[in-house]
Every structure is written in structure tokens, then in C-alpha cells.
Design a protein around this ligand. Structure first.
Ligand SMILES: [Zn+2]
Length: 407
């Protein structure tokens, strides 16, 4: 998710066709092989902003949501089918508090302390939206929480909708809220969006905020990571500051993920991952995976990004991280207006797979990129949670230190 929603809404009227012939003609039979591969091992995308798109376009009213027809964003069921997509994380997202309604530093007003109810309500509505898609489109949509669900749904011809949560500001500073979200099906939490919160510093602060407030994770953020590990919910480090990333790598006892982040050395954007962090990830004894975004701003900048640039991010990450098994996809579809040329919408994945085939990626590499790398890592995170709970780890029930109604 990139745009403030008003800008996003206003820009819809300017949208033209999202499809592009791109390089399709030149890759002919490779494209057939790509389709064949995806028919066996479908795409699992790590980050789609479908719920906020539905909120902005139909006010969450699924009775008006033409999911099985043509939608104005990058995603709808016909394009999902055309693109060989079998699964994606459907993101619950609520805007960060603006710099005008959040005071910086612990105290009244800090990160929703005074008004957590609205952000928690809106987050629940975003989670509910994905859950209710099953009721409206039962032939095509199924929820998923585990790798086993993914394959079961695929066998039945259904598209797995996993629920991810973008931005720990959505917790209302409460680990109890986190546990409730997890019970409703949330399988990853991005520690920040484009604002610092009580848990961690972001790569991009809210307007008017200092560059950092904690210097990485706060003590409460440390506890949040431990609780996520115990629950078997993935810690997502996209959007966080490099210091938050480095600290979390040391604090987390489970593998971590980056749901939608490129490489800073390929394109210097604050949301992309530093070489230093890539080196530390590679040294980690635990597994990890990075989803490469297609969103132009992260790939090569607006107006300049192409499928070939996305390939460059993927190959650079694979080289730095010690293997293609650590690279997956996290397009950020429906989270912005402009995507890399050749990868404009959910129907585009076969073109990317075909291009990588031409560049020598093996079928095994591509099955990993398509979905198996996400599935392997999320499976390990969930197993780690089960083992931790079986070992007697209890829920962290201590309230945030800034609470005064629980004393
Ligand atoms: Zn995002």
C-alpha cells in the first residue's frame, strides 16, 4: 500500500486500460511453458491490497463488488485465473495516524492511545471483508491459513485468500488485539506502515515525524515479536527501518519475511532492503523469504519500471541472499496506480516466469518463486509457534505501559 486513499480515489478517473502487449510476442513457446508450470504450481503473491480497494470503490459492500467481472484495479477473478494465480495474501490495512493527530513520544495521543477503537474497528472490517468474499464467491474463493489449505483449495479449483495485516498501529497498542486478529485468520503482521508506532520505527516516517523514535524496536516491540513467534504468525519486515530489521533478526526465534520489498542497491528507495540487512539475513541460521514488488516506485521509479527491472531485483536478491529459494513475489497490486511495464496486473505473472525461464531459472527455481518459497517459510513459522506453545510458552498478558485503565 502506497497512496493516501483520497489521491488513489481521485486518480481512478484517470486510469486507462491496464493491459499491455509488452514482450509477449517475442517469447511465444516459453510463455506456453510458463502457463504449464503455473497450472501445476500456481502463483502465491505475498501482498495484494484487495480489501482497501474494495473499501474505496464500493464502501466494503461486496454485493456491489464485481470480483468475477472487471474491476478498475489490478485484480479480479478473470485476471487471477489468466495469470495462473492460486493464492495471495489479502491485506488488512488502515491508514497511519496523521502527524496532526499523533503526538511524538509516549504520552497522551501517542499512536492511537486516545482513540484505539476506530482503528481496531476498521481493521476488523478489513479482515471481515476477506472472510466474507467466500460467501459471495464460493465457487472461486477459499480462505487459507496453512500450506495444507493452499494445496487443498487448489485441488478444488479455488483461489486461496490468506489474511495479512499491514502496520502494527492496527493493534491499538494491545497484544490481546493481536491474538484476536490471529484467531480470525491473520497469518502475518507487517511491524510498521509509513509511520513509527509504539513497537518499531518505520523506513518512511509520517510527515513531520523524526527519522526514528526508538532506534529500531521498542521494548514493547521486542515483546510483540516474541508473541508473534509464539502464535506462529509471521513477522513481516517490509516498511520497517533498517535498524528495526537488524534488531528483529536477532530477537525473532522464527524465520522472518519481507512481504513486498526490493533491493536498495538495484533502486535506491527507502522502502528497499539495504545490503547490510541482506548480509545479516544470509548469515541467519533461520530461513527467510523476500517478496519482490512490481510497484513502479520501488522497482525503478514512476515512469521507468519494467518487467526486466523486476527480474534484476529478483536476481540481485537471490545472489545476495544465497539462493533463489529465498525469493518470492509481493507485487503490491491494488496498493498503487502504477506498476512495472509488462507486469501491469494479475494476469501478468506468466510473462515474468517466461522471462526467467529464458534467463536460465530452472523449473524448481520457478516453482519456488511462484509459491513454494512462501509455503516453506510460513510452514516453518507455524511449526515454530506450535512447538513454542507446546513447550509451555503462555500468552503475554501484560498491558502496554502507557495504559492507565488496566491498573
Ligand atoms: Zn505496503
Amino acid at each position: 500500500m502506497l497512496l493516501p486513499w483520497k489521491l488513489f480515489q481521485a486518480s481512478f478517473s484517470a486510469l486507462s486500460s491496464t493491459t499491455s502487449p509488452s514482450t509477449q510476442a517475442s517469447i511465444g513457446s516459453t510463455l506456453d511453458r510458463a502457463h504449464a508450470l503455473l497450472s501445476r504450481t500456481p502463483i502465491f503473491d505475498g501482498h495484494w491490497d484487495l480489501p482497501i480497494f474494495a473499501r474505496w470503490t464500493v464502501g466494503d459492500n461486496l454485493a456491489k463488488f464485481a470480483y468475477n467481472d472487471t474491476l478498475k484495479g489490478q485484480i479480479d477473478l478473470p485476471r487471477i485465473r489468466k495469470g495462473g494465480v492460486g493464492s495471495f495474501w489479502s491485506i488488512a490495512f488502515v491508514e497511519c495516524p496523521s502527524s496532526t493527530n499523533v503526538s511524538l513520544g509516549p504520552g497522551p495521543g501517542w499512536d492511537w492511545d486516545d482513540q484505539p477503537a476506530q482503528v481496531v474497528r476498521d481493521t476488523l472490517e478489513q479482515i471481515d471483508l476477506t472472510r466474507q468474499l467466500v460467501e459471495y464467491f464460493p465457487q472461486d474463493v477459499a480462505l487459507a491459513r496453512t500450506p495444507n489449505d493452499f494445496w487443498e483449495n487448489w485441488k478444488q479449483g479455488k483461489v486461496s485468500h490468506w489474511i495479512g495485516l499491514e502496520g502494527a498501529h492496527s493493534l491499538g497498542n494491545s497484544l490481546a488485539t493481536l491474538r484476536t486478529y490471529a484467531a480470525l485468520g491473520v497469518t502475518y503482521l507487517t511491524l510498521t506502515h509509513n509511520c513509527h508506532n509504539v513497537f518499531a520505527d518505520a523506513a518512511i516516517p509520517a510527515p513531520g515525524s523524526p527519522d526514528e523514535v526508538h532506534g529500531g524496536l521498542s521494548h514493547f516491540g521486542f515483546r510483540l515479536v516474541k508473541e508473534l513467534n509464539r502464535l506462529g504468525v509471521a513477522v513481516d519486515l517490509s516498511h520497517t527501518s533498517p535498524k528495526t530489521q537488524l534488531e528483529t533478526l536477532h530477537v525473532s526465534s522464527a524465520p522472518v519475511i519481507f512481504s513486498h520489498s526490493g533491493a536498495k542497491a538495484v533502486y535506491d528507495h527507502p522502502r528497499n532492503i539495504d545490503d547490510e540487512v541482506l548480509r545479516e539475513l544470509r548469515k541467519s541460521e533461520r530461513d527467510f523469504v523476500v517478496g519482490v514488488p512490481f510497484l513502479s516506485d520501488f522497482v525503478r521509479g514512476a515512469g521507468n519500471s519494467t518487467l526486466e527491472d523486476v527480474v534484476e531485483h529478483a536476481e540481485y536478491l537471490a545472489a545476495k541472499l544465497g539462493g533463489k529459494r529465498h525469493v518470492a513475489l509481493g507485487s503490491d497490486y491494488d496498493g498503487a496506480l502504477e506498476f512495472s511495464k509488462g507486469l501491469e496486473d494479475a494476469a501478468s505473472y506468466p510473462r515474468l516466469v517466461a522471462k526467467l525461464m529464458e534467463r536460465g531459472w530452472t523449473e524448481k527455481d520457478l516453482e519456488g518463486l511462484a509459491s513454494e518459497n512462501w509455503l516453506r517459510v510460513i510452514g516453518k513459522i507455524q511449526r515454530h509457534g506450535r512447538v513454542t506453545r507446546a513447550g509451555g510458552a503462555r500468552p503475554d498478558m501484560r498491558p502496554w505501559h502507557g495504559r492507565h485503565d488496566c491498573e
